[in-house]
Design a protein around this ligand. Structure first.
Ligand code: SAM
Length: 297
């Protein structure tokens, strides 16, 4: 079945097992096989790679990836899809299928996933992790964001996401899409939109447009962030109220640790105007401000 996920295949298979896709879990299956191959090609897979897939579905993408890599670890929340994929992938010895919600909560993965990834990565020298997935859209942001602060950080992530999210990933300062996600990802990675996709390439059709994105880890950029966890929550805090002035947000956020004059002074020292807003700051300026705050705490 590898690479042959057509509407007729899906409808027949789903009828056999009495399954109906639910939009709550983003069960929209990629039926354009050229795009499925484009997604895989963009990941430049290698026999040393360990691939994480979130959302196994029927296993079509998994089957395409498995012969090209050392191991695939794929997670599916839905019991019936897990069963269908297990049947399809029975001959793929390097595939590990897991059945649970990949997220324990918004900020953390299910620890069982990290354990399995750790084992697969340790099983050979030179192994590296890549995410290759048609992500369930409702959890795409936490999956991509959390991987950058997980024990196993991927060297590359290639995924289909909602177009709106792709635009936030590549957004530049001063634009409406620029926010905590743009800063968090771009502070450590290079991001590229590989292809925009119409709703018609999925079945059932989603209401929104999609995009294949490729996110490459840039270890040098990442090493410039001294405290990743602090930076992540700092940036998220600043964008909770994006219409407010930076000064006001910092006053409110650090009222128990820093006085108003301390914050005003800190903003001035960064060369920022008193009426600056978070959305105007590029990555470097944001990092410098974060470090200045961290040094005062
Ligand atoms: N990989 C398949 C493909 O390429 O067509 C299916 C992708 S479909 C867009 C997303 C899949 O993610 C669905 O099979 C859905 O059941 C699964 N899923 C949704 N939320 C999940 C979660 N929190 N953890 C694990 N799997 C999830």
């Amino acid at each position: 079945m590898a690479g042959q996920q057509t509407i007729s295949y899906l409808t027949r298979r789903f009828r056999e097992v009495g399954f109906e896709p639910v939009s709550r879990h983003g069960q929209n299956f990629l039926i354009d096989m050229n795009l499925q191959r484009l997604l895989v090609d963009a990941a430049q897979l290698d026999y040393d790679d360990v691939v994480l897939e979130v959302g196994t579905g029927t296993g079509a993408l998994t089957a395409l990836v498995a012969p090209q890599v050392a191991a695939v670890v794929t997670v599916e929340i839905d019991e019936r899809l897990f069963q269908m994929a297990s049947d399809e992938l029975v001959d793929n010895a390097n595939v590990t299928l897991l059945k649970f919600d990949v997220l324990k909560n918004k900020n953390h993965f299910d620890p069982r996933l990290m354990e399995v990834l750790g084992e697969r990565l340790a099983a050979g020298s030179g192994r590296q992790l890549k995410l290759v997935a048609n992500l369930p859209y409702s959890v795409a942001t936490p999956i991509i964001s959390n991987l950058l602060s997980s024990p196993h950080v991927p060297v590359m992530m290639v995924a289909t996401v909602q177009k709106e999210m792709a635009e936030r990933l590549i957004a530049q300062p001063g634009t409406k899409d620029y926010g905590a996600l743009s800063i968090w990802i771009q502070s450590q990675c290079r991001v590229e939109i590989v292809r925009l996709m119409a709703p018609s390439v999925f079945w059932p059709r989603p209401k929104v447009e999609s995009a294949i994105v490729r996110i490459d880890l840039e270890p040098e950029r990442r090493s410039l962030v001294p405290d990743l966890e602090f930076f992540h929550s700092f940036v998220r805090g600043l964008f909770l109220h994006r219409r407010k002035l930076l000064r006001g947000v910092l006053h409110a956020g650090y009222k128990n640790q820093l006085t108003k004059p301390q914050i005003d002074n800190l903003i001035e020292k960064q060369g920022l105007q008193a009426d600056a807003r978070a959305e105007q700051l590029g990555i470097e300026a944001m990092l410098a401000l974060c470090e200045a705050v961290r040094a005062e705490l």
